[in-house]
Ligand binder design. Structure first.
Ligand SMILES: NC(=O)c1ccc[n+]([C@@H]2O[C@H](COP(=O)([O-])OP(=O)(O)OC[C@H]3O[C@@H](n4cnc5c(N)ncnc54)[C@H](OP(=O)(O)O)[C@@H]3O)[C@@H](O)[C@H]2O)c1
Length: 259
């Protein structure tokens, strides 16, 4: 298929999980893709896995100077940007009772500040038909222990899709968000080092999904391709939920059906 033929696309956090699956989908759909990440080793492995239509830029999106450098590098190498998936994000449980300021800054600097200032830079490279997709989450839909910082940050990302749309539509640049439910990626293992604790957490997540399973990164990638492509030309400022029914039909989840 070639829904993104000849597009120049950026996927932040493209070395793992949802970002890597989306980078694969962009390449499959005919785009040239640029991926980013902080760890140069995994980034280069991902670039090699993606093949000749992929290139990588090592960057920390929590750092403003890195966002400027990413944008300048894309301009120098490709002359423009057509689509951007701002996916890089961090989480990790932290209760209001014991969370640290350092944890707060890490979550907000990457997910919120990084998203804002990277869009500021990237939008300058985009022309009419440009499409920006932000990665939010269903986490803000309801309170869960230890998620207040992450949920607040992702709520900001969702709201950015509305505000950025209002700011950029006069240049025919669209901005939308996706809101994934629990997706099977390495993100959970980053914060839960004990295998038994991790498995217990994953089982708990599965029990809250009416579909009875975690989502696949490839299923999220399909939604991003749609929002990035011209097929969604009249879709602006919205949020597309990919969560196996967790937010719209929660009481059909296994946890409620157990007798
Ligand atoms: N998995 C889920 O259930 C789920 C649900 C809803 C939303 N999300 C969101 O989806 C996004 C991707 O998550 P994932 O599950 O695919 O996680 P993942 O497998 O841990 O991938 C995260 C990616 O982001 C990169 N990254 C993290 N912080 C970065 C930074 N400051 N600068 C540059 N790159 C950075 C990571 O590479 P480095 O570590 O090398 O930097 C990695 O490539 C996140 O925004 C997450 O909040 C995930």
């Amino acid at each position: 298929m070639s829904r993104l033929r000849d597009k120049i696309g950026l996927v932040t956090g493209g070395s793992s999980g949802i970002g890597l699956a989306t980078a694969h989908a962009f390449v499959r759909e005919g785009a040239q893709v640029i991926i980013t990440g902080r760890d140069s080793r995994t980034l280069l492995e991902a670039e090699a896995e993606l093949g000749g239509r992929a290139t990588s830029i090592c960057a920390d999106h929590a750092v403003r100077a890195d966002n400027v450098r990413v944008s300048q590098t894309i301009l120098e190498r490709f002359g423009r940007l057509d689509i951007a998936f701002l996916n890089a994000g961090v989480g990790g449980p932290a209760s209001v009772e014991d969370a640290t300021e350092e944890h707060f800054d890490r979550i907000f600097d990457t997910n919120v500040k990084g998203t804002f200032f990277l869009v500021q830079e990237l939008s300058r490279l985009m022309g009419p038909g440009g499409s920006i997709v932000l990665n939010s989450s269903i986490a803000p839909y309801g309170g869960a222990p230890g998620t207040s910082m992450y949920s607040a940050a992702k709520a900001a990302v969702r709201v950015f899709a509305r505000g950025f749309s209002a700011d950029l539509i006069h240049r025919q640049i669209r901005v939308n968000a996706i809101a994934p439910g629990p997706i099977d990626t390495p993100i959970f293992a980053r914060y839960r080092k004990d295998p038994a604790d991790l498995e217990k957490h994953m089982e708990r997540l599965r029990s809250f999904v009416p579909a009875g399973r975690l989502g696949l990164p490839e299923e999220v990638a399909e939604a991003v391709v749609y929002l990035a492509s011209d097929a969604s030309a009249f879709v602006i400022g919205t949020e597309l939920v990919i969560d196996g029914g967790a937010s719209e039909a929660p009481h059909a989840a296994p946890i409620y059906l157990r007798s």
